[in-house]
Ligand binder design. Structure first.
Ligand code: NDP
Length: 333
């Protein structure tokens, strides 16, 4: 019987995960039965939200099971098929990442992909879930208007990078925070952000005052913590904050204290609105059309940071918490 390899969650991390929380397991893969097919994964994603699923707590998505294979989006190709509607060679987007191969029946929430529309890995990033997060979070949740001033944190990452560039398409002034000088250069020189800064080297409030002297209309929050507090202190009256993620707190052992400047939400009449991308799937068609068009016209750019091989997947995941990626973090299998 052919063998395949997959990554299991071996123990639940306390604080920052380390390699010992994961195990690389080899197992046999049965031949596809009638109505089934075998998929070989080519690319898989690692995403910050996966950290939350490693905790034993109920949330908008259930926790990962211990001693079971992890899950996440993956792009694969069918290598053997006994299914009338899925042919060998077809490309598939599945939720069966963190493994090299799997057997599917076609009822597993799969999507056939067009390999000519964009590079296959882009279906995990700019044309996939992170792309839709940026598109929906900015245009629908924040209700962005032309010409506004937008601040986005983790701006060189998969979601943040697209947020800034979509805002530029809407003639906005765009400010981004990120974790290195190289990333600052990428944002200002390649992605045409109006202002970017390395949050590890500056006072956040001062940097925001410099970048947005007239205040911020929309803050797209990927980070939480001190970024959120500093943004609140620089918001314009009636400003909107899209609460997309709070990566600064994902590995915290104890819950961080509440916002010290909570009162400013009232004083400035701000709106803070959380969202989960899966609630916005009705925007998929518009998102693919618009972002696909902007990419084709060269109006937006994207980058990927690629780790090689399943054995590097844990390293890639841990790298998210260390700023190792510019653009989408991808594992090529
Ligand atoms: P990124 O590509 O942005 O990767 C994570 C980045 O976070 C790192 O590269 C690092 O960049 C930054 N980072 C890590 N630790 C910290 C920290 N302590 N403080 C500040 N920055 C930090 O990931 P994604 O684009 O995939 O996700 C961005 C955010 O969006 C995450 O919070 C994620 O959970 C959230 N998200 C939410 C969704 C939703 O439905 N609400 C859907 C998808 C993502 P740097 O070098 O700049 O520090």
């Amino acid at each position: 019987m052919p063998k395949t390899r997959e990554i299991h969650l071996q123990s639940r991390p306390k604080g920052l995960p380390d390699r010992r929380n994961f195990a690389l397991i080899e197992r046999e893969l049965p031949e596809p039965a009638k109505g089934e097919f075998r998929v070989k994964n080519l690319y898989m994603t690692v995403d910050p939200y996966m950290r939350g699923r490693m905790e034993e707590r109920e949330s908008y998505i259930p926790p990962f099971n211990l001693n079971s294979v992890l899950q996440g989006d993956a792009v694969g190709q069918i290598v053997k098929s006994n299914h009338p509607h899925y042919a060998e060679g077809d490309y598939i987007l599945s939720f069966n990442g963190w493994r090299e191969e799997f057997i599917a029946s076609g009822n597993d929430n799969l999507r056939k992909l067009d390999p000519s529309a964009c590079p296959l890995s882009a279906y995990l990033g700019v044309m996939g879930m992170p792309g839709l997060t940026a598109y929906a979070g900015l245009l629908k949740v924040a209700e962005l208007k032309e010409g506004e001033t937008v601040f986005v944190s983790s701006a060189a990452g998969a979601v943040g990078n697209l947020v800034g560039q979509i805002a530029k398409q809407k003639s906005c002034r765009v400010i981004g925070s990120t974790g290195s000088g190289e990333k600052v250069n990428y944002l200002t020189k390649e992605c045409h952000f109006d202002y970017a800064f390395n949050y590890k080297e500056v006072d956040l409030r001062y940097a925001l005052k410099t970048g947005a002297p007239n205040g911020i209309d929309v803050y797209f929050d990927n980070v939480g913590g001190s970024h959120l507090e500093a943004a609140i202190d620089n918001m314009r009256r009636y400003g909107r904050i899209t609460c997309c993620g709070s990566i600064a707190n994902y590995n915290a052992i104890e819950q961080s204290p509440g916002l010290r400047n909570y009162w400013e939400i009232t004083a400035r009449e701000l709106t803070l609105r959380g969202f989960i991308v899966t609630s916005y799937t009705e925007l998929q068609t518009r998102f693919r059309r618009d972002v696909g068009q902007w990419l084709k016209e060269g109006k937006i750019k994207y980058r990927e940071t690629t780790y090689q091989g399943l054995e590097q997947s844990v390293e890639a995941f841990l790298g998210l918490f260390d700023g190792k990626n510019i653009g989408k973090m991808i594992v090529k299998l």
